[in-house]
Design a protein around this ligand. Structure first.
Ligand code: FAD
Ligand code: SF4
Length: 531
């Protein structure tokens, strides 16, 4: 077999430099359409900047590098010439690395699929233009809704809502429809059946998800990441994520066969030291493009049609991918770059230091953040109704919240993380993603989990020694935003409950919230942040 250097020396001038980014690991991507291994080169780069512009956690750095290096090796095994810059060799920034590749190879044209992140797209376009090279930027066909289709959907609407978008997507892709083209079972959405909690007994016999022990290549990445980023948060001793397409397909099938049927029912439930429950664990594989969303959706629909999963669970799961995932991408591209600067609730508190250490008496935060740092994973309700809710109620600057979410999860990429964080969880977009702020007191967490019974705080109490900080901050949030919330029809009940509080009670709550904020600020200043 010829080595990489003999291939290089015998090559003709480079026709196309095919740019493959860390979240574009799809062999069938449009970037490879028309690929000629005699004349074209694939270029990939690991860059330090991607890990340090926010202090990225070790699991997230490791999953990207492990997936990229496996993809590189798979291409090379097809005799494709890959110019791959490992961290050790690489330039600090992606645009600089590409500039170096353009000088080295002098291609006639750069071919790339549109990057998923706005600033990456802009910087790569600029560097190619600066070198006066032709750029063939191709639409990303991984997604089921194009930018144009989303713009058509959004045109003329005062409000964007996922539910209407989702129905259009179901019709367009013929998913879960009956013979008359109506929604299977008569309803578009079975969410009302998907709000179960485990009760006092807790979950039992949840099948463990498929796990992938690190092979030598992944083990090498883990060792390098540990050596290279000693200051960064996170652990790698339990790293077992799928890092190749074959592994991702096994993970998908394992979910469909063993956990999909209870997915919907327990979608919102939480339980101490049970990070996975009935969730699929496929978000990173989807976002890095090891899996295609349509194949995931079809696999779930097939399970329903063959009687292996109930309709409510299947619809609930499909809605996350065909609905939410496509919708947040549409919102991101529709509203960037200005979206990043939105702060409708005028929030300015610093992120508490406990987000980087998980050291707190609040059991819900200790468990959700603890597993996040250890595994790079928390499920949707932990992200939305524990960590996200705490930041929203406390009034943390949305940019700080965004930076945290982008740095700690293995599936974090800006197009999906930003609308979920800034829009859905922090209401910083003033209602584009959600029709009202997702606020709740500690009672909600008590209903959906076993966290509170192990906690020194009491979810029903807003003031006093045992007051639950969520409950204190919930009332304080209503008081601080009473005027603007009272014009939102979906907040009527909560604002009405607030109106029942006496002035003296309000003053007690405001004072308790002020003290709480003060103590959390002290923690930030005193903690040893990884940045
Ligand atoms: P499951 O619960 O099994 O769901 C199946 C799939 O549906 C997921 O793999 C994912 O691809 C998709 N999905 C579910 N909910 C959403 C959603 N709200 N938006 C988009 N896709 C969704 N998801 C990311 O992929 N990357 C992120 O960086 C990210 N950041 C988030 C930040 C916040 C504040 C919140 C509230 C949610 C965020 N999500 C993000 C969405 C969701 O929490 C994760 O997709 C999910 O927890 C991943 O775990 P899973 O694969 O086991 O998902
Ligand atoms: Fe969290 Fe409050 Fe429950 Fe403690 S009592 S676990 S702080 S919601």
């Amino acid at each position: 077999m010829p080595t990489q250097s003999t291939v290089e020396s015998s090559r003709q001038p480079v026709r196309h430099l095919i740019v493959i980014l860390g979240d574009q690991l799809d062999r069938h991507s449009p970037a490879f359409h028309g690929f000629d291994s005699e004349r074209d080169i694939v270029w990939m780069a690991e860059v330090i900047e991607e890990s340090t512009k926010v202090p990225v956690s070790l699991p997230r750095i490791a999953i990207f590098l492990a997936c990229m290096r496996h993809f590189r090796d798979a291409l090379r095994s097809e005799q494709i010439h890959v110019d791959y810059r490992e961290l050790a060799l690489g330039e600090p920034a992606l645009a600089d690395a590409l500039a170096g590749a353009l000088q080295r190879h002098r291609p006639a044209k750069v071919v790339m699929v549109e990057p998923g992140e706005w600033s990456v797209r802009e910087s790569l376009r600029a560097v190619v233009a600066r070198h006066s090279v032709l750029l063939d930027e191709r639409a990303d066909d991984h997604f089921l809704c194009s930018h144009r289709e989303f713009a058509d959907h959004a045109r003329g609407r005062k409000q964007l809502r996922m539910e209407f978008f989702y129905r259009e997507m179901r019709r367009k892709h013929q998913i879960l429809l009956d013979r008359d083209g109506k929604p299977e079972g008569g309803d578009w959405n079975y969410d009302a059946e998907n709000r179960g909690s485990f009760g006092k007994a807790g979950p039992s016999d949840i099948p463990s998800p498929a796990r992938f022990a690190p092979n030598p290549l992944t083990a090498q990445v883990i060792a390098e990441v540990q050596r290279r980023f000693p200051q960064h948060v996170g652990k790698l001793d339990r790293f077992d994520w799928p890092v190749t397409r074959d592994q991702a397909l096994i993970a998908l099938q394992d979910f469909i066969d063993h956990r999909l049927s209870h997915f919907g029912e327990y979608q919102d439930a939480m339980w101490t030291r049970e990070p996975w429950l009935y969730h699929s664990r496929i978000s990173a594989a989807l976002n890095l493009k090891l899996l295609n969303p349509l194949e995931v959706i079809r696999a779930a629909e097939l399970a329903y049609r063959s009687g292996r999963a109930p309709l409510a669970a299947t619809e609930g799961f499909i809605r996350q991918i065909l609905g939410w995932r496509e919708y947040v991408r549409g919102v991101y591209w529709h509203l960037m770059p200005g979206y990043l600067d939105r702060n409708a609730m005028r929030a300015s508190e610093p992120l508490p230091g406990l987000f980087w250490t998980a050291e707190t008496d609040m059991q819900c935060l200790a468990d959700s953040i603890g597993q996040t740092l250890e595994l790079g994973y928390a499920h949707h309700i932990q992200r939305l109704m524990v960590t996200g809710l705490f930041c929203l109620l406390l009034g943390v600057d949305p940019k700080e919240v965004h930076a945290w979410y982008l740095s700690v999860y293995v599936d974090a990429v800006e197009w999906v993380e930003l609308p979920n964080t800034l829009g859905m969880s922090q209401y910083a977009d003033g209602g584009v993603m959600a029709s009202k702020p997702y606020i709740a007191s500690g009672r909600y967490i008590d209903k959906m989990s076993n966290y509170c019974c192990q906690c020194r705080y009491k979810p029903a109490e807003a003031t006093g020694k045992a007051a639950c900080p969520f409950t204190t901050l919930y009332w304080d949030f209503l008081i601080r935003h009473e005027l603007e919330l009272s014009s939102n029809p979906r907040m009527v009940m909560q604002v009405r409950n607030l109106a029942r509080l006496t002035e003296a009670r309000r003053a007690e709550i405001i004072s308790a919230a002020r003290e709480l904020r003060q103590s959390l600020r002290v923690q930030v200043n005193g903690s040893n942040l990884s940045t």
